[in-house]
Design a protein around this ligand. Structure first.
Ligand SMILES: *Cc1c(COP(=O)(O)O)cnc(C)c1O
Length: 239
């Protein structure tokens, strides 16, 4: 609900609104709405905003995303304590430095930002030591934006083969960040390109890549129409 330009909707109402738009976008695309996971991006929330996160949980949000390992490490014993006890899933969506691989493996169920062989190697070593099989996504810089992380599309096959050969890693799919533009329709080709790259990679390697992490507040409806299985929504829920 928008009154006088100020968004007064509660977190529960915002989650419900996103769920409703996800359902509508899935139906437009002839997809099952249950096949799309909404990751609530909590990076702007302070560590003591427990009531906000718990309200989102109560409204049905089950997945939470952070973009920095250090922030997540702090929030696990503060912001996320109650929802983790209930079974919440944590996602790392931001750039990962190799020297943070150990903490990342300890903290996150799914790491979306694997984009280079050295990081694959570091995650394999840490996951083996932790006795964990770590789920990962390969981040691809489909739009070839210079300031963005992610491997180039032509590097993705070699990276996939390398990651898939690691016994303690499980590649689940691909992730991309679309350029920030006013009209979400402009991002449609980026999402379509990630899906098409996924199809090509599956064909070339025989490795199943069921997950496509793409779409944020501005453009998640378009991303779902183009095949997103995971959307990462910050402002629309916690803004
Ligand atoms: C911040 C962030 C998001 C969420 O962005 P919103 O526009 O607030 O929905 C999604 N993905 C990544 C990688 C982010 O850093």
């Amino acid at each position: 609900m928008v009154i006088g330009g100020t968004d007064t909707a509660t977190v529960a109402e915002k989650v419900a609104r996103v769920q409703e738009l996800v359902r509508a976008a899935a139906e437009r695309a002839g997809r099952d709405p249950a096949s799309i996971r909404i990751v609530g991006v909590t990076k702007t929330l302070p560590p003591d905003a427990n009531a906000t996160v718990e309200a989102a949980w109560a409204a049905g949000l089950r997945d939470f995303g952070e973009n920095r390992v250090q922030d997540a490490a702090k929030k696990v014993s503060t912001l996320f304590t109650a929802v983790l006890e209930e079974g919440a899933t944590l996602h790392l969506i931001g750039h990962l430095q190799t020297n943070k691989a150990r903490d990342a493996v300890r903290l996150f169920s799914l790491i979306h930002s694997v984009d280079r062989p050295g990081l694959v190697d570091a995650l394999q070593r840490r996951a083996e030591r932790e006795g964990k099989r770590q789920d990962i996504l390969l981040q691809v810089n489909v739009a070839r934006e210079e300031q963005k992380h992610g491997c180039a599309p032509e590097e993705a096959e070699a990276l996939l083969r390398h990651a898939a050969a690691q016994p303690n890693l499980h590649v689940r799919g691909l992730m991309t960040i679309a350029p920030l533009v006013d009209d979400p329709e402009e991002t449609r080709p980026v999402f379509a390109a990630l899906r098409s790259l996924r199809d090509q990679l599956q064909e070339a390697t025989g490795i199943a890549l069921p997950e496509l992490s793409m779409g944020m507040t501005n453009d998640y409806e378009v991303a779902i129409e183009e095949g997103a299985t995971i959307i990462r929504v910050g402002r629309a829920i916690f803004g």
